[in-house]
Ligand binder design. Structure first.
Ligand code: NDP
Length: 327
């Protein structure tokens, strides 16, 4: 049997992507074969599609760090033909062929059965970015959220958009920080009560502490933004650090931690254990307003993936981009 996929090849250290026809016999080893319905374009996919960060070591390679689909064949007793499944993380799309294909073969340990209420399209509108937002919100709640608004940085991006919506649905007052003022209406509709211009937070902090502005933060940006917002956290509040879209270096002092008891919580969606995954997907199913989810989602075909990989690295993609692998 043949299927279509985005295939990455490398020549003279230059990576290029094209849509190719592949055979089932080329699929990697794994217990479960899935007919993929949808995948998505995440920041990490942008890096992989552009050969940034040497995340992929073996070529040819099929990228796509997440997918939803239907089990086609299984040697794992937990899954039978016809089960609806979702996969995020486990280095799929990096060290193992991923979701930009009509077929995937993976370990059953990496899959989660889709909650009844979530369609395959909705599951990928959430995708890795939304799953990460849920892990971040859960981490903030586990440590206690303060009375001041909860800040989301990189708010118009994938992680940010879902984070704004989830926090608002859970009843928190949400401040959305964005460098794109034209997305203000979009972010307000997702649930933000105030928009914070990116420049307010992007400069290095002027001192070790500033006025207490935030009761918690989901940060997708890192760099000087993270250093800055650490000085503005309420006493005992937490920052869930998810991303590095604004830089991976962090220059701060220990003062916010010593004098304000601020918690810096690292969020890793890749190797997160099964029980946490299962709980996160159930809560996503409960909390997400399907209409808002659809408004933050753009659906594209496999052929558009390479260009979108460059756009997302340039910070030009709004919300979530779902890839309909059949289109
Ligand atoms: P997106 O590109 O969709 O969102 C990133 C957003 O960050 C942009 O939309 C933009 O928001 C803002 N941004 C971009 N460039 C800059 C810059 N130079 N300075 C300040 N802000 C900037 O990416 P994703 O949402 O998919 O991912 C966001 C981050 O989270 C990435 O670093 C990604 O690697 C990481 N991530 C981490 C995971 C984990 O497990 N820890 C899982 C998934 C993602 P705006 O236009 O609103 O300013």
């Amino acid at each position: 049997m043949t299927f279509r996929a985005v295939l990455l090849t490398q020549e003279d250290r230059k990576v290029s992507a094209e849509v190719a026809q592949l055979e089932d016999s080329q699929l990697p080893d794994g217990d479960v074969t899935v007919d993929v319905s949808y995948s998505t374009v995440n920041y990490k996919d942008g890096m992989i599609l552009n050969g940034v960060g040497r995340l992929v070591r073996d070529y040819p390679h099929v990228p796509g760090i997440d997918f939803s689909g239907i089990v086609r064949a299984s040697n794992d007793s937990r899954y039978v033909e016809g089960d609806r499944v979702v996969l995020t993380g486990w280095k799929v799309g990096e060290a193992h062929w991923g979701g930009y294909a009509q077929r995937a073969r993976v370990s059953g340990d990496w899959l989660v059965k889709l909650p009844e209420g979530l369609s395959e399209l909705e599951a990928m509108s959430v995708g890795t970015a939304g799953f990460t937002s849920m892990l971040a919100m859960q981490a903030l709640e586990d440590h206690g959220i303060g009375s001041a608004p909860v800040l989301v940085t990189g708010a118009a991006g994938g992680v940010g958009s879902v984070a704004v919506h989830l926090l608002s649905q859970a009843g928190y007052d949400v401040a959305a920080s964005t460098g794109r003022p034209e997305t203000s209406d979009y972010l307000t509709k997702l649930g933000a009560s105030q928009i914070v211009p990116r420049e307010e937070l992007a400069e290095p902090p002027s001192g070790p502490l500033a006025s207490e502005r935030w009761g918690g933060c989901i940060d997708a940006v890192g760099g000087t933004t993270l250093a800055h917002l650490l000085t503005e956290m309420q006493y005992g509040a937490s920052v869930a650090a998810c991303g590095l879209a604004g830089g991976n270096e962090l220059s701060t002092t220990v003062i916010p931690f010593l004098l304000r008891g601020v918690n810096l919580l690292g969020i890793d969606s890749v190797m997160c254990p099964f029980e946490i995954r299962d709980k996160a997907w159930s809560r996503l199913d409960e909390l997400i307003d399907r209409e808002r989810l659809s408004e933050m989602t753009t659906v594209v075909g496999l052929a558009e993936v390479p260009q979108l990989g460059s756009d997302i690295l340039a910070g030009q993609v709004r919300g979530r981009t779902v890839v309909d692998v059949g289109a």
